[in-house]
Structures are given as C-alpha cells and as structure tokens.
Design a protein around this ligand. Structure first.
Ligand SMILES: *Cc1c(COP(=O)(O)O)cnc(C)c1O
Length: 223
C-alpha cells in the first residue's frame, strides 16, 4: 500500500477517535503479516505502537528495525516462544494462564525489564478463542500481582465475538463493560482495556476501550 494511503487511513482513524472518545485512546497498529517497510511508514507518520501476533515475526521485525517502536504482543502465547516474546515486547496483551505469566516474568527479569501486561479474557466463552474464563480471572490477577514483579499488570484484553448481529454484539459489549467495572473496583491500578479492531473500534471506544488494535483499516486487507 502506498504511503499516502496509510497516511490517509491514519488521519481518518485519529479524527474519528478524537470525535468519539471522552478520554485518551491509544491506537495500536496491528502489523501482522505486513512488511516492516509499512510499519516504518506508519511510524514516520506518528504511530509508535505496533501489534504482532507471531513471536517469530515480532523477533524479525524488532531486530531489523532501527526505529524506537513500542511492540505489543497480541497473539496466543506458546510456551516455547515466551523467551522471544519477553525479549522484544513492551506490552503483552494475551496472558491467560499462570504458567505463561510465571515464565514471562522469569524472562522479563533476565532482561531486567518490566513488561506492561494485560490478561486476555474469553468474554463469550468461545472454545475457539484464547483467554481466561470469567471464573478464573480474579485468581489469575492475584497470582500475577503476588508473584510476577516484572509484569506490570495494567488491565484486560478482549477479543469479542465477531458478529454482524446487533443483539449479539450488544450482549458481548455489555458483558465487557460489566467485567471492566468489576475489575476496576477490585484492582484500582487497572488503567488499560484493550479491545476494538477494524470492525468494531467505534463501538468499543463507546463501551470503555482505551486501547484499540486496528490492522486492516490502516494497512489494507491481509491476504
Ligand atoms: C489481527 C488482530 C487484530 C486487528 O484486526 P483488524 O481486523 O486487522 O483490525 C486485533 N487484535 C488481534 C488479537 C488480532 O489478532
């Protein structure tokens, strides 16, 4: 995609965000399966935060780029990839198990860094989706706060059901709002709620997201 198209997409997104949002909303440009050249174009247009789903791809891009990019790991976490994820990520959105948190923390410690961390919640209890169940969420939060000094627990990440049915969508968002409010009540330091993609970022912002993860709307369709 042409640089001027990326520029145009970002401009549109940012002006929409400014119109809808009452608070600051962080835009994460999801760059999976897009070349580093595109990432750097977006960076030069003022986007600092990029999201990647695959550890190997993150590693290659982070090692190759000379820009001071803030990397977000947003994909499912395989145990044998945690080493690379810890090394290259500034944020990890997809923590869903104690074992993953423990290992991520150990590797963060080895690199003498603090990783901004989000717990991924499987809000619609979908078998196909990653994320901790609502029942296990608070236990995982307690575990991280107690045992993972190199993880700075900032909040929650959601990947709500993709649906065109308005009622289903509303249902999903209602559940998210209720989990956020419970979570904030119990954990006062929570300040980041990551949800909203190309298809639903506007609705997501209206429902309490302050970190959206947008790919195709910036970089064009993935093939
Ligand atoms: C791919 C992806 C996104 C971005 O999706 P788009 O439809 O390209 O905006 C956001 N979050 C996660 C976890 C993803 O895998």
């Amino acid at each position: 995609m042409q640089s001027n198209l990326i520029a145009q997409n970002i401009k549109i997104l940012q002006s929409e965000i400014n119109t809808i949002a009452e608070k600051n909303v962080k835009l994460i440009a999801v760059s999976k399966r897009k070349p580093l050249a595109m990432i750097e174009q977006a960076f030069d247009l003022g986007i600092n935060d990029f999201g990647e789903n695959f550890a190997q791809e993150l590693k290659e891009k982070a090692e190759t780029s000379s820009k001071n990019i803030t990397w977000h790991f947003i994909g499912p976490i395989q145990s044998n990839k945690i080493k690379d994820i810890a090394k290259y990520s500034d944020w990890v959105h997809s923590i869903e198990r104690e074992k993953v948190a423990k290992k991520l923390n150990e590797h963060a410690l080895m690199h003498n860094k603090i990783i901004n961390s989000l717990i991924q919640v499987n809000i619609d209890s979908e078998n196909s989706k990653s994320g901790v169940s609502l029942d296990a969420l608070f236990e995982l939060k307690d575990y991280i706060l107690k045992n993972c000094e190199n993880l700075n627990l900032r909040g929650l990440m959601f990947m709500p059901r993709f649906t065109l049915d308005k009622n289903e969508k509303d249902e999903s968002l209602k559940k998210i709002c209720s989990v956020i409010s419970k979570f904030k009540n119990i954990y006062k330091d929570a300040d980041t709620f990551s949800f909203g993609t190309t298809h639903d970022y506007q609705l997501s912002i209206k429902n309490g997201s302050n970190m959206i993860r947008v790919g195709e709307k910036i970089f064009g369709k993935r093939i």
